[in-house]
Design a protein around this ligand. Structure first.
Ligand SMILES: C[S@@+](CC[C@H](N)C(=O)[O-])C[C@H]1O[C@@H](n2cnc3c(N)ncnc32)[C@H](O)[C@@H]1O
Length: 253
């Protein structure tokens, strides 16, 4: 199993790299696909109390406070990210609080948030089911949980995304725990440490979500539109299979 320590160590080593990529807007998967899809599904956050689980350096939290969220709690195990989020010039203490904590033990009372967003987190944590139970605890009964992850069915290491590899799948791995370990490579920058991502089969992933007391109310697979692909052929080379899965969930009534 992926150890929390292993995840935290990799993010600590990659912190400066990651902050640069996010703040310079260098990752088109994030800026053109996942962020727009996420913000669209979130809708108008005005007046909402929000948990940004695995908040990184705080970019989503800043976007949500700028859109009128009542308060955003960002939680992350990486101390470097929490410091960067607190020190960002647009950070507003009255509308966002960044906690150095594990989402398995949230520093928040029961029923205290209207929305939990886990942006690019579910494939990067050990024992996701423990975290999903914690999300259920802090959400109000009418709240929402939004999970944006790499696609459990199709995501593969860059070196394995060729068309020739499209049919190859190790079923024991897929129905067990599939690990993808590779350096982040964005534009011409390569992360100092490899990141470790861990995938469960779609049925296991959904079972963890429903087992924590949620129903899935929406599902999207953010992908480039035909217009985006026509405008920039980069997509044809770099988006050869569905890479992301976005789930919208609600506490089971
Ligand atoms: C891929 S990054 C995404 C960061 C941010 N959500 C974004 O999209 O820019 C995953 C983040 O989850 C954090 N993380 C991993 N496991 C965690 C845990 N158990 N509790 C809190 N944060 C965790 C990492 O430190 C990292 O910042």
């Amino acid at each position: 199993m992926l150890g929390d320590e292993l995840v935290s160590r990799a993010y600590a080593r990659n912190a400066d790299f990651w902050i640069g990529i996010v703040r310079d807007g260098l990752d088109p998967f994030q800026t053109k696909l996942t962020d727009p899809a996420l913000l669209e599904v979130i809708g108008d956050p005005s007046g909402q109390r929000i948990l940004d689980a695995g908040c990184g350096e705080g970019q989503l939290a800043r976007a949500l406070t700028a859109r009128g969220a009542r308060h955003v709690h960002g939680v992350d195990t990486c101390a470097e990210f929490i410091t960067a989020a607190r020190e960002h010039p647009e950070h507003q203490e009255e509308s966002a609080t960044f906690h150095h904590a594990d989402v398995a033990a949230l520093p928040l009372p029961d029923d205290s948030v209207d929305l939990v967003v886990a942006n690019r987190l579910p494939h990067g944590i050990a024992f996701p089911q423990r975290r999903f139970h914690e999300f259920a605890r802090v959400l109000t009964p009418t709240g929402r949980l939004i999970l944006l992850s790499m696609h459990p069915c199709f995501y593969a290491a860059r070196s394995e995304r060729s068309a020739a590899n499209a049919g190859a799948f190790d079923l024991d791995e897929y129905f067990g725990v599939r690990t993808v370990e590779q350096h982040f490579q964005v534009a011409d920058r390569r992360s100092p440490a490899a990141s470790v991502q861990q995938f469960h089969s779609l049925e296991d992933y959904i079972a963890m979500v429903t087992g924590a007391g949620f129903v899935v109310t929406g599902l999207r697979e953010p992908h480039p539109s035909p217009a985006q692909r026509e405008e920039n052929p980069w997509w044809n080379e770099h988006f050869t299979r569905p890479l992301f899965l976005l789930l919208e969930c609600a506490p089971r009534p």
